[in-house]
Every structure is written in structure tokens, then in C-alpha cells.
Design a protein around this ligand. Structure first.
Ligand code: ADP
Ligand code: MG
Length: 408
């Protein structure tokens, strides 16, 4: 599935960069700045925010609508109308759930609350990405993400439902269709209509497409943080979680670093505290680029101020260079060493954890990897059908799971 970008103007998949981090650290500022810099260097750039707060418009200092708006040459901004997206993709399914809850006697207000998934609006807003990525109009798409990695984790849903959607869902749908006349009369429970099934299937397919785009070879996630202990702790967890779900984290931006100089006690205390946390940031994210962004004397507003900020932050580095390094997940079939059983190694980027933090289980053709309260279902290649887990370890920030062919 290697992507070969053609000459500008005929790009296949655009370079997709997501910026994430805790609230207030400067995600929107860095997203807006990175996009402005890319556009100033000639890339047809779209920056979109899925956040209900209209911070991109504030950052560029211009009004921005729900459709891409040009705010500088080659720079378009879009604030996705998450509510509208939600209605388009979820309404059909929600209507059905509401009718079902009505029958079992759940009060309407409570039912509405039950059928609104937390974080779902954000995820559905990301559906917008599919159309833009396919349009051929953009070289670069920058996404100003929600405060935590939660949204990206929710995108793992289609993968988790993959097995169900492929094998159970079509059968269930057929059975439902056949039994419908009987069941409706007997139980008085509304059964899902074809449109509900269609809506579910479409939503699943679309979400899966977005996940494939965001975990693809042209996409990466950049973590924005400020040099504070609490922020660092969350950024570390994000790196692990994002990796677990297959996203490539390609760097860290430390924002709001106080310039050195000045001598009052307050300032000295803060610069020292920041320097200490920055040393921890460096140690934590060793192996990833760490870009530093100075706390400016004023809020950077407008495309040119933001592009300047980004140019300072990235220096000689190309902020939109294609992601490098091995993919987040790989399978290596081993040699059959002499008479021993055939082996294989499944390897997953999983930084900042130890072996004892990781749970592993085999579930049919899936490998279930658990870290804390997060669980990823990895579909194993069919070549591993007859293998069993023989051992696992963490090495160089990767989880290596060794499989051995069952000797019968
Ligand atoms: N390096 C910086 N120097 C000065 N002000 C900054 C800097 N980074 C962010 N800000 C300001 O801090 C506020 C929050 O930044 P923002 O990018 O909106 O954070 P987030 O999107 O992570 O919530 C904004 O008013 C922004 O202009
Ligand atoms: Mg923001």
C-alpha cells in the first residue's frame, strides 16, 4: 500500500498532520502556524478544526465558515460543523434507538442522552477528512484536534467492530429481514429497518476509511505540550495510547517556553522550573524530534505572525516532511530454523511502558493488546492461524510478540 506522491497538482493522498495535546497548550496556534508556513512555502493547504470553539478563526483573525475559506494564498481554513455531521451520520441510527428505548419505557430526555455518544461529534467531524483527502485539491491537511487522544482512540471502533461487521452483521441483517413480520407482531418492539442497517454499515465504512487515512503512511500526529509536570504526564500517556492504536507520533512541540534573561525572582523561578521539566521532556521523548516554541510577548494572530512563529519553531526542519521510520505495526515471519517450529514476530510501537503494563491475549485471528484501560484488537495475518503466542517483550519502545507454530 505504498503511496507514491506525484508532482504537485496531481498528488494522491495529501500529507495529513494532526496536532493534539492538553487544553490550552497551543494546539490551535501550532496547527494554524504550521499550516500557514506550509502554504507560504507553496503547498495547497487546508487546516481544519473539529473543535466547537472557533479558535482557528480567532487565530487567523478572520471570520471562517463551515466550508473551506481562503485566508491567505494557498491557505484554506474550515471549521467543521460537528452538529450537522452528527445529524447526517447518526440521525437514522439515533431515531431507531430512541424508538426502541421508548418501547421499553425510557423517558425521552434520558433516551436522548443515552443515544448521544460522548466524543462522537468530534469523531464524526473527522469524516470530513475523507472527502478532502480524496479531492486531489490539497497537498497538506492540518487538523487541529480535540484536547486528548480520546477522539483518535474512538476511531479504533470500526477496527474493533470489524469482525462483527464482516461476519455477524450481514447474517443478522438477513435473519432480521426474514423474521421481521413475525417479530413485530409478536413483541411490539420496533425492529431496525433497512435504512438503519444501511446507516450503520455506511458509518462503519466511513469511519474505517478515516482511520485508514490517519494511520496511513502519509499521516502523523504531533503532540503539543507546555513544560509543566501535569502536562508532560498526559503527553506521555498520549504517546503510548496513540501508538497502541496505530498512529505515528512524529514529534513533540514544547510551547510557551519563557525566554531566558530578566532577573526578578518570579521569572527566575519559572525559567528554572521549565528547564527542569524540559529535561524530562527530552528524556521521555528521546528518539523523536523536539521543537521548542518561545512564549511570545503577545498572542500570535494572523497568518503571517503564525507562519513566523512556526518558522522559528521548526528552524531548518521541514514540518511536513513525510513521516519516516518503520510503520507502527509489522509482522515478520521467521525462518524455520532446522527442525524447530516456524516462528513469527509481531511488532508494535509502544513507547513508555514496561512488559508488566501490557496484557496480551489471543482471540481467534486477533491479538488483543491491553495497556491500562485501553485495548486494541489487531487482526493477525492468516499465516499465523496455526501459531500460538510463545513470548513477548518490550524492546526499544516496541512490543515484540513472538509466535510459534503449534506442533501437532
Ligand atoms: N507561543 C505562544 N506565545 C504567545 N501566546 C501563545 C503561544 N502559544 C499559544 N498562545 C496563546 O495561548 C492561547 C491558547 O492557545 P491555543 O492555541 O488556543 O491552545 P489550544 O488550542 O491548545 O487550546 C491563545 O490565546 C494563543 O494565542
Ligand atoms: Mg484549540
Amino acid at each position: 500500500m505504498a503511496e507514491t506522491p506525484g508532482p504537485p497538482g496531481s498528488r494522491g493522498t495529501p500529507r495529513i498532520l494532526l496536532l493534539t495535546g492538553k487544553g490550552g497548550v497551543g494546539k490551535s496556534t501550532l496547527a494554524a502556524g504550521t499550516a500557514a508556513l506550509a502554504a507560504a512555502r507553496g503547498a495547497r493547504t487546508l487546516v481544519l478544526s473539529t473543535d466547537a470553539a472557533h479558535s482557528l478563526a480567532d487565530a487567523y483573525g478572520v471570520p471562517v465558515g463551515p466550508d473551506p475559506t481562503e485566508v491567505a494564498p494557498d491557505l484554506h481554513v474550515q471549521q467543521v460543523d460537528a452538529q450537522l455531521r452528527f445529524e447526517q451520520s447518526w440521525a437514522e441510527i439515533q431515531r431507531y434507538l430512541l424508538s426502541l428505548l421508548d418501547v421499553v419505557g425510557v423517558d425521552r430526555v434520558a433516551a436522548e442522552e443515552l443515544t448521544v455518544l460522548p466524543g462522537a461529534e468530534e469523531v464524526l467531524a473527522l469524516l470530513e477528512l475523507r472527502l478532502h483527502a480524496r479531492s486531489g485539491e490539497w497537498d497538506t491537511i492540518v487538523v487541529d484536534c480535540a484536547p486528548t487522544a480520546e477522539t483518535l482512540r474512538l476511531l479504533a471502533l470500526p477496527e474493533a467492530l470489524g469482525w462483527y461487521m464482516q461476519r455477524i452483521f450481514p447474517t443478522q441483517r438477513k435473519v432480521m429481514r426474514a423474521l421481521k413480520p413475525v417479530l413485530t407482531r409478536a413483541a411490539g418492539v420496533p425492529l431496525p429497518t433497512e435504512t438503519v442497517f444501511d446507516a450503520l454499515e455506511r458509518l462503519h465504512r466511513e469511519l474505517d476509511e478515516v482511520r485508514a487515512l490517519l494511520t496511513g503512511p502519509q499521516a502523523s500526529v504531533r503532540i503539543v505540550l507546555t513544560p509543566e509536570k501535569v502536562v508532560l504526564a498526559e503527553a506521555r500517556r498520549s504517546w503510548t495510547t496513540l501508538s497502541l492504536f496505530g498512529y505515528r507520533v512524529d514529534g513533540v512541540v514544547a510551547n510557551r517556553i519563557f525566554p531566558t534573561g530578566g532577573a526578578d525572582a518570579w521569572r527566575t523561578a519559572w525559567t528554572q522550573a521549565q528547564a527542569a521539566v524540559l529535561a524530562e521532556v527530552e528524556a521521555s521523548f528521546a528518539g523523536l524530534p523536539l521543537w521548542r516554541s518561545v512564549y511570545r510577548a503577545a498572542e500570535p494572530v494572523g497568518a503571517s505572525a503564525l507562519a513566523d512563529l512556526a518558522a522559528d519553531v521548526y528552524g531548518d526542519d521541514d514540518p511536513l516532511a513525510p513521516p519516516t521510520g518503520t510503520g507502527p505495526y509489522s509482522v515478520q515471519m521467521g525462518e524455520t530454523g532446522g527442525d524447530g517450529p516456524a516462528t513469527a514476530t509481531v511488532s508494535l510501537v509502544l513507547p513508555l511502558v514496561e512488559r508488566r503494563d501490557v496484557g496480551l491475549a489471543r482471540n481467534g485471528d486477533e491479538l488483543v493488546v491491553t495497556v491500562g484501560s485501553y485495548r486494541r484488537l489487531l487482526t493477525l495475518p492468516t499465516g499465523l492461524a496455526r501459531h500460538r503466542i510463545a513470548g513477548a517483550r518490550i524492546e526499544g519502545g516496541r512490543l515484540q510478540v513472538r509466535f510459534e507454530e503449534k506442533v501437532t
